[in-house]
Design a protein around this ligand. Structure first.
Ligand code: NAD
Ligand code: MG
Length: 385
């Protein structure tokens, strides 16, 4: 039986690479649904090629354009976030790949878990915002959540059935500004920040990587995926991105997963788990690397990493506050409305301004997200005093 897959965010970096995986294994996987936010042309082209049962465009204004583009195809066309949240519940779907960006991934992921679908989780923001809720729901429904983030896939591949994790060591490339001084960071531009040395990703995660918020989010993601305490998660800067992450066990043994930086591997592993299947493309060639290096992360220059650990320690709705403020400042940075270092200032301020809730429920997350966006947007306009 072919696995039926729904891809949320099909037109993005992860989404398009997931479709390459499907294309390579037509005997194993079939696309049931594809969703996107705005890119009608690409979504229509994907629908023609992969012939899903349904496509959903989140932006309702694009509905007629998409419907028209697929008028000769036997595919159901829907629009809007409600439709996106409903499509994941469709009976034939086995796996939902959450490859949309940001907080918008939360509601469809919750619905997919409630419907008992296996989650291939790329959308780390879901676990950052509401890790506790997601874990509870997944536990109740016995829904597997398989990591797609390369570091977490690496950790997942290193786990041992009968031995608990002593420590998780997440590797970080350090991004384009790894060697920049604080003085230099004051004036970096979005064009510089968008040039990631090792990975080609969507704009938001590329900025998060440059600011190290991505690594902060990955620490939170690791906590929820692997059930460890924050002090059991260490970050090490490893600019070559050959080691994707590591696990240390009780006896001091450290296991690592290595490979070329290619997101198709963790995507495919989430689809094929527990099996491994062939993946075409470049393989790790050790003769190309004469050194692998490791550094401690610097939280003075990359304050976001410290803010993320702080949010994780505080718990409650604090990670949700950090996520929402970060989404606002990243959008502002991408439209030249805030400086690179100004992003951390706004996030830090938002953490003190938005009311803290120790045990938030879903409605509290929605409220926190909205309130934080309002406050962060104001801070972007008026500056942090
Ligand atoms: P991207 O910007 O390339 O693509 C995002 C996709 O989500 C697009 O298809 C877009 O149409 C859709 N989308 C955006 N906003 C939406 C909304 N409000 N409603 C519905 N759909 C929406 O992003 P990406 O780089 O593919 O990243 C996707 C997710 O995967 C992010 O959470 C990111 O952190 C995570 N991730 C990405 C990578 C990577 O290599 N790109 C690695 C690890 C984790
Ligand atoms: Mg990652």
């Amino acid at each position: 039986m072919k696995k039926q897959i729904a891809i949320l965010g099909a037109t993005g970096s992860i989404g398009t690479q997931a479709l390459q995986v499907v294309e390579e294994h037509p005997d194993l996987y079939e696309v049931y649904a594809l969703t996107a936010n705005n890119k009608v042309d690409l979504l229509a082209e994907q629908a023609r090629k992969f012939r899903p049962e349904a496509v959903v465009i989140a932006n309702e204004d694009k509905y007629s354009q998409l419907k028209e583009a697929l008028s000769d195809m036997p595919v159901k066309v829907y629009a809007g976030t409600d439709a996106l949240c409903q499509i994941v519940e469709s009976q034939p779907i086995d796996i939902v790949l959450t490859a949309m960006v940001g907080y918008a991934g939360l509601r469809p992921t919750i619905n997919a878990i409630k419907a008992g679908k296996t989650i291939a989780l790329a959308n780390k923001e879901t676990l950052v915002v509401a890790g506790e809720l997601i874990n509870r729901l997944a536990g109740e429904r016995h829904t597997p959540i398989l990591p797609v983030d390369s570091e977490h896939s690496a950790v997942f591949q290193c786990l041992e059935m009968n031995n608990p994790v002593h420590k998780i060591i997440l590797t970080a490339s350090g991004g384009p500004f790894r060697t920049y001084t604080l003085e230099q960071l004051k004036t970096v531009t979005k064009a510089q920040a968008l040039k990631h040395p090792n990975w080609h990703m969507g704009a938001k995660i590329t900025i998060d990587s440059a600011s190290m918020m991505n690594k902060g989010f990955e620490v939170m993601e690791a906590k929820w995926l692997f059930g460890v305490r924050p002090d059991q998660i260490e970050v090490v800067v490893h600019p070559q991105s050959v080691i994707h992450s590591m696990v240390e066990f009780e006896d001091g043994a450290v296991k690592a997963q290595l490979g070329v930086p290619d997101m198709r591997l963790p995507i495919q592993y989430a689809f094929s788990y527990p099996k491994r299947v062939h993946l075409s493309g470049e393989r790790l060639d050790f003769s190309k690397y004469d050194t692998l290096t490791f550094e401690k992360p610097d939280t003075t220059r990359f304050r976001n990493l410290a803010l993320a650990y702080e949010a994780l320690h505080q718990g409650g709705n604090m990670p949700c506050i950090v996520n929402a403020a970060n989404e606002v400042v990243v959008a502002a940075f991408l439209s030249d409305r805030i400086s690179f270092l100004g992003m951390s200032d706004v996030i830090e301020k938002a953490m003190t301004r938005v009311p803290f809730i120790r045990t938030p429920d879903y409605a509290d997350y929605v409220e926190t997200d909205a309130e934080t966006r309002r406050i962060a947007a104001e801070l972007v306009i008026n500056g942090v005093k």
